[in-house]
Write a protein that binds this ligand. Structure first.
Ligand SMILES: C[S@@+](CC[C@H](N)C(=O)[O-])C[C@H]1O[C@@H](n2cnc3c(N)ncnc32)[C@H](O)[C@@H]1O
Length: 250
C-alpha cells in the first residue's frame, strides 16, 4: 500500500483486503504508537488509504499539541479514517463521517476502531454525513477542526462539500478546515491559485480564505515521503471575516 509502513494480506470471500500498519513518532525505530487499517487492495474511494490520508495523518501527529484536548475534530469523507484515528490517539474528541449511503465504508470504520482497540477511554463516534445534506446530528457538531483528506476529487461534489464545510465553520467560531489535496493532473496545479478555477470560485462564493498552504514533501519525514508520489498539498482554510456577506445556508 502506498505510504504505509507495512502490510499483511488476507483474502476475503470476494475482495482482497489487507491490513496496513502506520507508525507515528519522532524516533523511526521506536514509534509512539501504530495504527492498523483494514483496506481493499484495489483503489476504492472509501476503502483504501489514499496518499492524502497518510499526509494528513502525519500533519495531525506533528501538530498534536493543537489537537490534544480539542473539542471535536470532524473528519469529512473519512474513508479508512487514518487522520481521525491519529487525532483520537493524541487526545481529541473525534467524529468520523462519510457518505450516509455508503454503509460498507461506515461499517469498515467501526471494524478499524475495534481493531485498534479504541474503546472506552478514547472519545469518538461514527456518523453518516453526506455533503450538502443537513440531518439533525449535523447541527449538534461544533468542531474546532474539520479534517478532509482527498475530498476534492470530484468537481460535481465541490459545491456541496464547501457548503458543509462553511456550515461547520460557522457553527464554531475560530474553527479551521484542514484538507490535503492530490493533484492528479499531469502538470503542476496549486490547489488555491492558478489552475483550479472552480475551487477559487467556490472559496469566494462561500466566503472562505486559505491561511496556510504547504507542499506535503516539505514536512513528511523522508522514510514516509519515499513511499509517496505525485503532487500533494495541504491547506488550512477559515471563514474570511473581511467578507461582509456569506451565503445563508438553508
Ligand atoms: C478519495 S476518498 C478519500 C478517503 C480518505 N479520506 C482517504 O484519504 O483515504 C473520498 C471519500 O469521500 C467520500 N465521499 C464522496 N462523496 C461524498 C459525499 N457526497 N458526502 C460524504 N462523503 C463523500 C467517499 O465515500 C470517500 O470515503
Amino acid at each position: 500500500m502506498e505510504g504505509s509502513d507495512s502490510a499483511e494480506t488476507e483474502t476475503a470471500d470476494t475482495l482482497m483486503t489487507t491490513v496496513s500498519h502506520h507508525h507515528f513518532g519522532d524516533e523511526m525505530d521506536e514509534p509512539a504508537f501504530s495504527i492498523s487499517i483494514i483496506e481493499n487492495m484495489k483503489e476504492d474511494y472509501g476503502l483504501f488509504v489514499w496518499p492524502c490520508s497518510v499526509v494528513l495523518a502525519e500533519y495531525v501527529w506533528q501538530q498534536r499539541l493543537r489537537f490534544s484536548g480539542a473539542g471535536v475534530v470532524e473528519v469529512l469523507g473519512a474513508g479508512t479514517s487514518l487522520p481521525g484515528l491519529v487525532a483520537v490517539k493524541v487526545g481529541a474528541d473525534v467524529t468520523l463521517t462519510d457518505d450516509s449511503s455508503r454503509l460498507e465504508v461506515l461499517d469498515n470504520m467501526k471494524r478499524v476502531l475495534d481493531l485498534n482497540k479504541l474503546e472506552c477511554n478514547f472519545c469518538f463516534q461514527v456518523l453518516g454525513l453526506t455533503w450538502g445534506v443537513w440531518d439533525a446530528s449535523t447541527f449538534s457538531l461544533h468542531p474546532k477542526f474539520i479534517l478532509g483528506a482527498d475530498v476534492l476529487y470530484d468537481a460535481s461534489a465541490f459545491d456541496d462539500l464547501f457548503a458543509t464545510v462553511t456550515f461547520l465553520l460557522q457553527c464554531s467560531p475560530g474553527s479551521v478546515f484542514i484538507t490535503t489535496y492530490h493533484n492528479r493532473r499531469k502538470h503542476f496545479v496549486c490547489i488555491m491559485c492558478s489552475g483550479h478555477h472552480l475551487i477559487e470560485f467556490l472559496m469566494v462564493k462561500w466566503g472562505l480564505k486559505c491561511v496556510k498552504l504547504l507542499d506535503a514533501f516539505s514536512f513528511m519525514p523522508s522514510h514516509k515521503a519515499s513511499g509517496l508520489s505525485g503532487n500533494l498539498q495541504l491547506a488550512e482554510i477559515v471563514l474570511d471575516s473581511q467578507r461582509a456577506e456569506i451565503p445563508v445556508l438553508h
